[in-house]
Design a protein around this ligand. Structure first.
Ligand SMILES: [Zn+2]
Length: 203
């Protein structure tokens, strides 16, 4: 009788772990380097992440294009994958005390923790075939690449840097639109960035 009681208890524990996808003890899982394998979202073919990166994140079997992060764009575009990142110290704030399913600061914290990014746009500077270039690249993974004050501010500062250092300027946009949690503040960014772009065109 006692034995029968223990059996389902063990089973239950085992299934609980399996559900989380943990098939190896937690410690050894931590030691396994992340992302050795890549599985294509479309055709589900598994390939080495390294080979997939060499193929510029296009599936070698079906030609599916992965959505790229700003870091991936920078590594592909800049000479030798070398670049400096600017304005990471300009960080979002909660101007309106906005709450939907989560208070806005919590949503920002969550986005920062899951993506490892500080905002939905990153500014990198390097060269392409020796020509200096500033790139402002959006990250869709950060709250849908939505445009808040910081996104606008970083673009605008990136343009200043391009003008100052006589570099070319590129925007890689993949935005989900204005960030609703910042309301009018995000809409103001359009006027601000287009004014800056005019300055750049005249420089
Ligand atoms: Zn594929």
């Amino acid at each position: 009788m006692e034995y029968e009681l223990e059996e389902p208890e063990n089973n239950k524990k085992w299934w609980k772990r399996a559900k989380k996808g943990v098939e190896t003890p937690t410690n050894s899982k931590m030691e396994t380097p992340d992302g050795i394998w890549h599985q294509c979202k479309k055709c589900k073919t598994t390939m080495l992440s390294k080979n997939h990166a060499e193929n510029l994140f296009v599936c070698s079997k079906c030609g599916y294009n992965d959505r790229l992060s700003s870091e991936q764009y920078f590594q592909i575009l800049f000479d030798e994958g070398q670049y400096d990142v600017f304005f990471e110290n300009i960080l979002p704030t909660d101007k309106l005390n906005f709450v939907d399913e989560l208070p806005y600061p919590k949503r920002l914290e969550k986005a920062q923790a899951t993506t490892g990014l500080t905002e939905a746009l990153k500014v990198g500077k390097g060269t392409i075939q020796g020509i200096p270039l500033v790139i402002a690249c959006m990250d869709f993974s950060f709250i849908g690449g939505s445009m808040g004050s910081v996104v606008g501010e970083r673009i605008s500062k990136g343009i200043d840097e391009a003008i100052r250092s006589k570099s070319a300027f590129m925007i890689i946009s993949k935005s989900g639109g204005a960030r609703m949690m910042e309301s009018a503040f995000s809409l103001m960014q359009m006027a601000k960035t287009s004014a800056k772009l005019t300055q750049l065109a005249e420089a």
